[in-house]
Design a protein around this ligand. Structure first.
Ligand SMILES: *Cc1c(COP(=O)(O)O)cnc(C)c1O
Length: 419
């Protein structure tokens, strides 16, 4: 790891912590991160020439693996006509059509550049539509680094043990109520107290950002019922789960229709794209058709849209990808011994180093993080790149084969036999 170590030294002089997103720095597992130079299918290579089987998949976007030919083709074609116009292009309509067709609760959609932008904009819209200020979220759910949502957030915040980011004005944090995921009694109590002041409930319908935690039976139904009863909007943050746990996202998988949905990751095909969409009456409030301001110089960027569209077309043409991915993920899950807890939905999976069940943030945080770190190192040293945190989901791509899974399982077995 000589070359990576040198690059990390150099990066730390100019980039905070040496990285452009905190979890990449490997702080919770120790050591320094390999710098990546190339990817192909399910494999990536670092600056020292080491090869890894990639279970991060760029944190979710690469459901078809690295350098999928359909996406490369679309990008090459887009490059021939220009990289950005700041004017409308036909590709944006096609991507909007593909999204609305796949996700039935989305009647209108606005493209942005990241998941964070999508959730931030959806909250503004929900507040405008309801004329209310309060937002309900769930502990351990991460919705991007939006000020008012950096309260009891998962992902990098959980990894670094930061309860709430500094720099968020108290008045913003005070507009957020954080409840335990999967607790229907807490939800109902909260609405009894504050129901007429709550603009929206935002939730990861399958949580990925405290590790993978599925919704308990009835939980999403309860969210739908209570928000409707009190006139609050239900926002599914499907930045991770959209086109990942099913083609139509978690809402298709569980049959619940939210009012608004946020998307990102997979819809960009590996380029920066986010989106928020939903009910026509709500989305019509977005400028310029309505008075909720939201804009973006590079929103609907032709390259990003071309990659995203190629991704969605490919997934639509091959629905068997989802059943295959699910079967392979179950095969990987079976590698874990009963002393730990494996949660998986679709092609999201987390090995929690804890006695289960893991159903919310407090049960997730009972994991033995030191042992997780040893596991992470063990796998990395043998060429298996897992997320460098107990509180992140791992992902499979369509490029992972049964043989890849079985090789991974052997190395997992060896870890548990040796420790
Ligand atoms: C990744 C993620 C975000 C943030 O998206 P960025 O593109 O990183 O800003 C928001 N919500 C969920 C559920 C995510 O997984």
């Amino acid at each position: 790891m000589r070359r990576s170590a040198e690059l990390f030294e150099r990066a730390q002089k100019l980039i905070p912590g040496g990285v452009n997103s905190p979890v990449r720095a490997f702080r919770s597992v120790g050591g320094t991160p390999p710098f990546m130079t190339r990817g192909e299918g399910a494999r990536i290579w670092d600056a020292d020439g080491n090869e890894y089987l990639d279970y991060v998949c760029s944190w979710g976007p690469l459901i078809l693996g690295h350098r999928h030919p359909a996406i490369l083709d679309a990008l090459a074609r887009a490059l021939e006509t220009g990289t950005s116009f700041g004017a409308p292009t036909e590709g944006e309509i096609e991507l909007a059509e593909a999204i609305c067709e796949a996700v039935p609760s989305i009647e209108m959609v606005r493209l942005v550049n990241s998941g964070t932008e999508a959730t931030m904009s959806a909250l503004r819209l929900a507040r405008a539509f309801t004329g209310r200020d309060l937002i309900v979220k769930f502990e351990g759910c991460y919705h991007g680094h939006v000020d008012s949502l950096l309260v009891k957030a998962g992902s990098g915040m959980a990894t670094l043990g930061i309860p709430d980011s500094v720099g968020v004005p108290k008045v913003f944090a005070d507009t957020t109520i954080a409840l335990a995921f999967n607790s229907i009694p807490e939800l109902e109590q909260c609405f009894e107290w504050y129901g007429d002041r709550i603009a929206a409930v935002i939730v990861e319908p399958v949580v990925g950002n405290m590790g993978c935690v599925p919704p308990a039976p009835g939980f999403l139904e309860a969210l739908r019922a209570v928000t409707s009863r009190y006139g609050a909007l239900l926002i599914f943050d499907e930045v991770m789960t959209g086109f990942r746990v099913a083609f139509g996202g978690a809402q298709q998988r569980y049959g619940i229709h939210p009012d608004l949905t946020t998307l990102g990751k997979v819809i960009g095909g590996g380029l920066p794209v986010g989106a928020y969409g939903g009910r026509r009456d709500v989305m019509s409030m977005v400028a310029p058709s309505g008075s909720v301001y939201q804009a973006g110089t590079l929103s609907g960027n032709p390259l990003a849209v071309a990659a995203g569209l190629a991704m969605l077309k490919c997934l639509k043409a091959h629905p068997e990808i989802y059943t295959d991915l699910e079967a392979r993920t179950a095969r990987l899950a079976a590698a874990a011994p009963p002393e730990i807890t494996v949660n998986h939905v679709g092609s999201m999976i987390t090995f929690f180093f804890a006695k289960g069940p893991v159903t919310d943030y407090s049960s997730a945080s009972r994991s033995d993080r030191a042992r997780f770190s040893r596991f992470f190192r063990w796998m990395l040293d043998r060429g298996f790149y897992f997320p460098p945190s107990q509180f992140e989901a791992a992902f499979l791509s369509a490029a992972h084969t049964n043989r890849d899974i079985d090789r991974t399982a052997d190395v997992i077995h060896a870890f548990f036999a040796s420790s």
